[in-house]
Design a protein around this ligand. Structure first.
Ligand SMILES: Cc1cc2nc3c(=O)[nH]c(=O)nc-3n(C[C@H](O)[C@H](O)[C@H](O)COP(=O)(O)OP(=O)(O)OC[C@H]3O[C@@H](n4cnc5c(N)ncnc54)[C@H](O)[C@@H]3O)c2cc1C
Length: 374
């Protein structure tokens, strides 16, 4: 194992850092405050050819660490990993139709899996796709569908046969459907943070999807989704690391400059040690994330490492953001100083795309060999 970045990777890191730096913290604070999608940022990365990049973990960590945090990453990460199922399992014709637009940034694709009554337990989805001649007709409800309001396409999971307790994850199919507002009602959800990128409730009533837009075989959709979970976890882990980095950067700068009782607050070990501990935890979590990415890139099994990386990085990123808020005292709570935004956005990675509890369930069962608890 050699996690040292290659010269090419260093070059990528530097180029992303420079481009992301042209969108400063104030840009992100304004877009978050105004709930405005960061089109200028998205277009700059699309035109720079960054959306089809292989080194996505380096890209997303640098984007997060620029101060863009989840607002910047979520604007583009669905394009990078959400489309993985199509790349791996879509028909030649579907790939040829969709991928060029995804890579040049002109086509936005959202990801409709979660439903009001089916989050962690995907097998409980009730959205149905009924075959009708050369197409399917979809009815149901999705929730938290990020970017649905700005997307032309949706990767949609629907039941094509009823749930069977003996094999609950069979019978679900994946489609690359049009976001067709004549059959869909799309409503943004008011949420805690990452407000430049909206997530939506989507009600679907009679959406027609051509059979040719089905991804892979009917009934195997869940199996295809599983393929994308490890890369998604690895990328989110790197996003958490980026947020932790920028939070500590702000905190140490403030702790060096701010004087209380006639000396810089960073001179107090009560303040310095938690920051030093947060940095230590970030560095340790990074090793697991790099290990997971390295295994994935080398075609090795990486479920254990990807899950552990997402768990450790989500916690390390959030702790760093929390310590940054504490370091800035009252100003940590003021929007002007940005760390409250990092805090709100870092919190998300403990919940989604998979919760910390479900990671621990995975480790209990698949690493420790304990009986499945649910
Ligand atoms: C901002 C945001 C954006 C999102 N974007 C998308 C998107 O684009 N597309 C999409 O499909 N989804 C999206 N999601 C949904 C996200 O993937 C789900 O929220 C997540 O999978 C958890 O599902 P849930 O919210 O229904 O929680 P639930 O399944 O209701 O779980 C609630 C809590 O119970 C815990 N829990 C449940 N079962 C167990 C158990 N057996 N053991 C221990 N703990 C358990 C969970 O860990 C969780 O903490 C998004 C969510 C958010 C917040």
């Amino acid at each position: 194992m050699d996690f040292e970045l290659t010269q090419d990777q260093h070059d990528i890191q530097r180029a992303v850092r420079e481009l992301a730096a042209s969108f400063g913290n104030d840009y992100w604070a304004e877009h978050d405050h105004d709930h405005r999608f960061p089109w200028e940022f998205y277009d700059a990365f699309a035109h720079g050819g960054w959306l089809g990049i292989q080194e996505a973990s380096i890209l997303l960590e640098e984007v997060a660490a620029s101060g863009a945090a989840m607002n910047g990453c979520s604007a583009m990460h669905l394009t990078i990993f959400g489309i993985n199922v199509l790349v791996k399992h879509g028909s030649e014709a579907l790939r040829a139709e969709i991928l060029p637009g995804v890579v040049d940034g002109s086509l936005h694709v959202c990801f409709g899996v979660t439903e009001p009554d089916a989050g962690t337990d995907t097998s409980r989805i009730t959205t149905t796709a009924r075959r009708d001649g050369d197409s399917y007709v979809v009815h149901g409800r999705k929730v938290w569908t990020t970017k649905a309001g700005d997307s032309q396409k949706i990767v949609l999971l629907a039941r094509t046969s009823p749930r069977d307790d003996a094999s609950p994850t069979d019978g679900m199919s994946l489609f690359l459907a049009d976001v067709d507002r004549s059959a869909m009602e799309i409503t943004p959800i008011a949420k805690m943070g990452r407000n430049a990128v909206a997530s939506h409730e989507v009600r679907i009533d009679g959406l027609r999807v051509p059979a040719a837009a089905r991804i892979g075989e009917e009934g195997d959709g869940f199996r295809y989704l599983l393929d994308g979970l490890n890369p998604e976890r690895i990328l989110l882990a790197h996003e958490a690391l980026g947020i932790g980095r920028v939070a500590i950067e702000h905190a140490t700068e403030y702790a060096t400059q701010r004087e209380v009782f006639g000396r810089p607050i960073g001179q107090n070990q009560g303040l310095a040690f938690p920051l030093a501990e947060a940095q230590t935890r970030l560095d340790a979590a990074r090793l697991m994330a790099r290990n997971a990415a390295w295994r994935y890139d080398n075609g090795l099994r990486c479920g254990r490492e990807a899950n552990m990386a997402k768990f450790l990085c989500a916690d390390a990123g959030f702790e760093a953001a929390d310590r940054a808020v504490q370091t800035l005292g009252g100003m940590g709570y003021a929007r002007e100083y940005h760390v409250e935004r990092y805090f709100r956005e870092a919190r998300l990675i403990r919940l989604a795309p998979i919760s910390q509890e479900m990671v621990l369930n995975y480790v209990s069962q698949h690493v420790l060999g304990l009986p499945r608890s649910y």
